[in-house]
Each structure stands twice: as C-alpha cells, then as structure tokens.
Design a protein around this ligand. Structure first.
Ligand code: PLP
Length: 455
C-alpha cells in the first residue's frame, strides 16, 4: 500500500471519529446508492480518466502540468470530508486560520512585512484580477502596462474592469523593455505596471529591480505576476541549492502586490492561487455589506478581503499541510525548483551542441524552448508540429512536448539564419517542473533528436 492509501485511510478515520462525537442520528434513504450502479459508473469514470496525457511521468515534458504531491492530496481530501468554506469564519474556523498561516509563509518568502494583506484564490487569473481591481480603485482613471509576453488574461481583465491596457515590447530575452515602458509612463495614462516574474511561455523574468525607480518617478503601482515563477524566489534566497540572479526576486518585497499560483509550482491541486498586498490598508476597497455571512471578528476575515465568495477550505488545508512537511525554504520546496531548473540548463547545453535541434533561447527558470534545424520558418514550423505529434502518438516510446508560436521577428532576432518565409512558426517547449526531469534529460534529448532527424 502506498503512503497515500494509508494517509487517506487515516484521514477518513479521523473525520469519522470526530463525527461520532456528536449525538447519534440516522441518514436519509435518499442518500443511499445502489452499489451495482456505483460500481459501474465508477468503473466508467476510471476508464475515462485514462484518456489523459501522463502528466506524472518524466516523459511528459510539455505544458505546465503535474499531479499534486500526495501530502497535498491527503490534506485536501481529508478536509473535503468536512467541506469548510473559507469565505467566512463561521464557514470554517480551522481552515481560515490555516489559510492565514499559509499566506503568511508566502508573504515571508517574498519578504513582505508582517502587516501584509493576502488570501488564496481559485487561481492566478482571479488573483491578478483582484490586484488590478485594487490598482483601479487606488489609481482611478489610469490604465495598466504589461509586456507583450505577459499572460493573456491581463488584457482580458483590463477589459472586464474597464481599464485601458498597454502592451510594452520585450528585449531579446523576452523581458519587458524598460525604456519602452518609461516612454509610455511619461504620457501619464498608466497608473499600474504589471511585471512578470517568470513568463508563462518562455520563463523570462522581467527586471523588477530596475523598474523600482520608475515607481517613484511616475507615481505608478507595481504589481508582480509571479503566478508561474513565484516559488523560484527560493532559489534567489541564501542557501539556495541552485542559485539564480537574486535581484529581481528580492525587489518583489518593494512592490505593491504579487500573485503566485501554488497549483503550479507549490505542489497543489487546481484551485489554489494567491494574491498578496504590501499595504493592508487596501482592504478598504473590498468593503461590502452582506446580511447573512459574518461573525463579528476584530480582524477582517477572509470573505471581507476577497472578491470571490465561497472558496474551498480544503485548498488552504492542503497548502498548509504541504508547508508543514515541505516548507517554502531553499532546502524544502526549493529542491523541487532546483532540480527542474538544473534539468532545463542541462538540456539547453545539449541542444546547443545538437546537429538536429537548435535552442530557441537560453532558459532562465525551468522552461526549455527549441526547434528542429530547418532553413526556413515554414519548414521549421512543419517540423515542430511533426515532432510534437509523432512523439506523442508513438505507442512504443512516446514523448510528450508542447509547442509555442513565435513571430518571425522574435525568431529572427535570436536566429537570423532561418529565412523568414512566413509571419511566425511553432517551436517546441518543455516545462520541466517535476524534479524527476533532472535524470531524464539525456533520454528526452535523444528521443527528440531522433524525431527531429527523421525526415
Ligand atoms: C498561469 C498563469 C496565470 C493564470 O493563472 P491561472 O491559475 O491559470 O488562472 C497568470 N499569469 C501567469 C504568469 C501564469 O503563468
């Protein structure tokens, strides 16, 4: 029996033992199900679940996807049996406290002071929406700047909020071009700059530390979207097992807000994002008056500082439990991040020496981008698509990659030897977010090289 089976059994027993402490009562017949019917439906469910890519396996080196850690699963499923709602204290006092503790650990990781404001959200999109909502309230009538490589939801959320969105060009490594940003800020229309610490496509880290000076000069808010990259702050800390340039990560402590997705690099199942504000006073923007939900509590409770109403207390419990066992420190969760980044750097070194593949750009975090060597953009695009499809459809020796579309200008800037006979091309992309990727790079590289050589 795996650890997880034993932990789940212990969780069910613990919750049932708590339930037995209350007066006896009888269940309603409507609750009962026909065991045969359940068995058949459950068999169908588990069969249908096999129609998935093997996100757990190190040969899955595609999108930003992997299963949660068994510790998080045990925490989530056990808590789900109680089903607390972290909207308000009376929805789940225990998990509301766990949420505060887990959020405080995230705040400490970013160097935010003890007096921050923050909470978990359904994911990075809602967390960024909250940060932009606060930005709109604190800088009314002014817009938002984000880079052309930032997450697509920033433009969408600006639209939702009725704010103007301004896309800023990037440098040759995919980081926001601060000269272009400054020219935009000088026009006075922008009240908030979104910096991305780890872009979703390439894993590029915007120069947060250099942007700090612009905040003073133009009176703008700085929001950091670290939904994907946030936990790499652990590699910028003292004692990092795989040191990275600490400057942009340390600068996050001086920004106004930051978003991080524990459901990406924090070992959690989906439904776990977080937003943190350096100034707890922004709570005033969330004020509302609900007739039915609140205990009066001296502290603002979680429902008073979040745009969402009901939220799974189980998500908070899972993150809290994970942090007890694998804390957000360089020698805890940092080891996971370090292994993935090491894998990406090792693969990049092999790609640079390959006769069949070219490295699109050097990885900063754990995302590797590469493409089959071809003379023209159109041939390169077709070869990337073929490698992607053939790799995943090989029944004997499958390998799972993803593709990302880049423009002719972006590719030409990095690889002028490819003739631009089209306006863009797909290149291959691998997010190496499982620590097991570290020992798999040789095999992955060999497999993809054979595919790339094969026509
Ligand atoms: C994933 C991601 C988002 C969106 O987060 P969801 O959790 O998918 O809603 C936003 N920004 C960045 C940089 C991301 O990587």
């Amino acid at each position: 029996m795996s650890d997880l089976s034993a932990w789940l059994r212990a969780g069910v027993e613990a919750v049932e033992s708590w339930q037995r402490g209350f007066a006896s009562w009888s269940g309603h017949p409507a609750q009962r199900v026909d065991p045969e019917r359940f068995r058949a439906a459950f068999a169908e469910l588990t069969e249908r679940l096999t129609n998935n890519y093997p996100y757990f396996h190190p040969d899955y080196a595609g999108q930003m996807l992997k299963p949660p850690h068994p510790v998080a699963v045990a925490g989530y499923l056990t808590t789900m049996l109680v089903n607390p709602n972290n909207h308000a204290m009376d929805g789940g006092p225990a998990t509301a406290r766990m949420e505060r503790e887990a959020v405080a650990a995230l705040a400490a990781m970013f160097g935010f002071g003890e007096h921050h404001l923050g909470h978990l959200t359904g994911g990075g999109t809602v967390a960024n929406l909250e940060a932009l909502f606060v930005a709109r309230e604190s800088h009314p009538g002014r817009g938002v700047a984000f880079s052309t490589e930032s997450h697509y939801t920033h433009a969408r959320m600006c639209h939702v909020l009725g704010m103007s969105g301004h896309a800023v060009p990037v440098d040759a490594a995919g980081r926001m071009d601060l000269d272009a940003l400054e020219a935009l800020l000088a026009r006075g229309e922008v009240g908030t700059v979104v910096l991305t610490a780890g872009t979703t496509g390439l894993g590029a880290v915007d120069p947060v530390h250099e942007a700090l000076a612009l905040r003073e000069r133009y009176g703008v808010r700085l929001h950091v979207d670290a939904a994907y990259g946030g936990f790499f702050a652990l590699l910028a800390a003292e004692g990092s097992p795989e040191p990275i340039d600490p400057a942009p990560w340390r600068a996050i402590a001086s920004c106004d807000s930051v978003v991080i997705d524990p459901h990406k690099h924090g070992l959690q199942p989906y439904g776990c994002g977080a937003v943190l504000f350096a100034d707890p006073e922004v709570a005033r923007f969330y004020q509302h008056d609900s007739p039915y939900t609140y205990y009066t509590d001296a502290d603002l409770h979680l429902g008073e500082i979040s745009l969402e109403c009901s939220r799974a207390g189980a998500a908070a419990a899972a993150l809290w439990l994970t942090f007890q066992v694998i804390p957000p420190t360089p020698d805890g969760l940092g080891r996971f991040l370090a292994a993935g980044r090491r894998a990406a750097l090792n693969w990049a070194a092999r790609l640079e020496d390959s006769p069949h593949l070219a490295l699109y750009q050097r990885p900063e975090l754990d995302i590797v981008t590469y493409f089959p060597r071809r003379d023209t953009l159109s041939a390169l695009d077709a070869a990337s698509a073929r490698v992607f499809a053939e790799g995943m459809n090989d029944p004997e020796d499958p390998v799972f990659l993803s593709t990302i579309r880049v423009s002719a200008a972006e590719l030409g800037r990095r690889h002028p030897w490819v003739r631009p006979d089209a306006d863009g091309a797909r290149v291959l992309r691998s997010v190496l977010m499982k620590p097991e990727s570290q020992d798999r790079v040789d095999r992955l590289h060999g497999r993809v090289e054979r595919l790339a050589a094969g026509d």
